[in-house]
Write a new protein. Structure first.
Length: 492
């Protein structure tokens, strides 16, 4: 091994390939953001890039397959094994599309055990969690399964349980006691990537279900206190880096966009072992960008359909409200959800699609954000102005002024309370990046110095008291929930 390799470790990150074999991709995917019909080709392209880049480490944070098809898993695992046999260290965690009744927990271990569990220093095979010490670096990678095993292929929620959190804290302490910097890989993002995400897109964020998981801010605090500063995630199909400020310092979530949807991006990282500096850039496979942007437009259509249903419920209540009966004949109110959607689509589809493209690509703050934001607001406002006849109603004799005031009040109520409250959180993400408080360069290029290593025999934190012990055969074990777990994850 060369001195350069010892000092500088190269890491390749790609996520959410959602592979389905070309021979099985026979459905209509025109309304799916993912290019399922091209997923095998895109996956093969990523594998070719990996072979060309020849990184030391490859990370894949889940959603390897379309919906857990055994043939897709066999294809992916064979390709990953070829990378490993070529000398690359490959590590994966499952996504919510990977484990179902027809591809279960045991099949996952059998297919992907070589990519984390086989060389694990510490593992919990029941939870599908592991920690490895990659060679040629002073990093420790902790891979954690955040998915919920469920027969539904549309079930996307997940998170880190209290037991997982205790296990991670112990693993991180073991890593530091071994002179290594712990980093984390999960499927579900562990930091909010835009304002209101937990409210309006909760399934794309970890730990939003308080009945199953501890609060996300407490998870961030425990992880940061345990010495973990950086987490790699996927799931949301956006290329984004955000951080949370905890009691113990900043905690970063580096989520990588899907290779099967716009803009088919991946991360090329370097880790300086001497300075503990993790830096990275982004590249992409641009072959299907035009088609991928069309699919984002289909997503925008779905979003506008939901807004149309919300808007029409308000419009319908206006029609039955006697307060406005004298003005109704002067309005141009739609008569159905479908008519409302047609109007929103005509005015707002293009600007909303542009915002989705920007979020998926990352660095949305660099694409003339004021114009993007104003275009969305102005297009929807223009449609609302039309249906409430705001430009013409004021000229109506006798009731014009009163009618316009009523129309303006109704329009503002509809937009501010029902529509913009749902759109603005995404738009505020653009503003958030633009204001200059972002501590890394951008979503695609960054540099982060990992925290100092803190050694201790016993780690106490908000996850509870965790004790690392040694068995006579030299295997390290941890105490979890009153039981001891060996390096294989088996209860002792």
């Amino acid at each position: 091994m060369s001195l350069l390799t010892i000092l500088l470790t190269s890491i390749f990150v790609f996520s959410d390939p959602h592979l389905l074999l070309q021979s099985e991709a026979t459905g209509d995917y025109s309304q799916d953001q993912r290019l399922i019909e091209h997923s095998q080709e895109l996956f093969d392209s990523i594998i070719a890039v990996i072979n060309a880049e020849n990184p030391n480490i490859v990370l894949l944070p889940g959603d390897l397959t379309n919906n857990g098809e055994p043939t897709a898993h066999a294809y992916v695992s064979a390709k990953l094994l070829a990378l490993k046999n070529a000398g690359k260290q490959v590590y994966v965690v499952p996504g919510n599309h990977d484990i179902h009744s027809y591809f279960n927990h045991d099949q996952w271990l059998s297919s992907y055990g070589a990519f984390g569990f086989q060389n694990a220093v510490l593992a919990d095979s029941a939870a599908l969690n592991y920690m490895v010490f990659p060679t040629g670096t002073n990093l420790a990678l902790i891979g954690v399964n955040t998915t919920e095993e469920n027969d539904s292929t549309t079930h996307s929620q997940g998170g880190i349980t209290r037991e997982d959190l205790s296990w991670i804290a112990s693993a991180a302490q073991l890593a530091q006691d071994s002179n290594r910097h712990p980093i984390l890989m999960v499927h579900h993002p562990l930091v909010t990537h835009y304002t209101g995400q937990a409210t309006y897109a909760p399934t794309y964020l970890a730990n939003t279900d308080s009945t199953l998981y501890p609060a996300l801010d407490s998870v961030q605090n425990v992880l940061r206190e345990a010495g973990i500063m950086v987490c790699f995630s996927g799931h949301h199909h956006i290329h984004s880096i955000k951080y949370a400020t905890t009691d113990n310092g900043d905690f970063y979530d580096i989520t990588t966009g899907s290779t099967s949807s716009f803009a088919s991006q991946y991360r090329l990282l370097n880790y300086d072992n001497a300075t503990a500096t993790l830096s990275g850039t982004t590249d992409s496979i641009a072959k299907y960008w035009a088609l991928e942007q069309q699919r984002n437009q289909a997503m925008a259509e779905g979003m506008l359909q939901r807004y149309a249903a919300i808007a029409y419920a308000v419009i319908d209540s206006i029609k039955s409200d006697a307060t406005y009966s004298q003005f109704l004949s002067y309005f141009n109110l739609p008569n159905s959800v479908e008519e409302t959607y047609a109007g929103l689509k005509k005015y707002a589809l293009v600007p909303c699609s542009n915002v989705l493209n920007d979020l998926c690509r990352g660095n949305e703050h660099t694409y003339v954000p004021e114009q993007r934001i104003n275009a969305v607001h102005d297009s929807i406002t223009s449609y609302a102005t039309l249906i409430f006849n705001l430009d013409g109603i004021g000229a109506i004799p006798y009731i014009g002024t009163k009618a316009r005031e009523a129309a303006k009040a109704l329009m503002d109520k509809l937009l501010k309370e029902k529509i913009f409250t749902r759109i603005d959180p995404i738009l505020e993400s653009i503003e958030y990046n633009k204001v200059g408080t972002y501590p890394v360069v951008d979503d695609r290029t960054f540099s982060i110095i990992l925290p100092a290593i803190h050694k201790t025999a016993v780690a106490e934190n908000k996850a509870g008291k965790m004790t690392t012990k040694s068995l006579q055969n030299g295997h390290l074990v941890i105490q979890r929930g009153g039981k001891l777990y060996s390096v294989t994850g088996a209860a002792l």
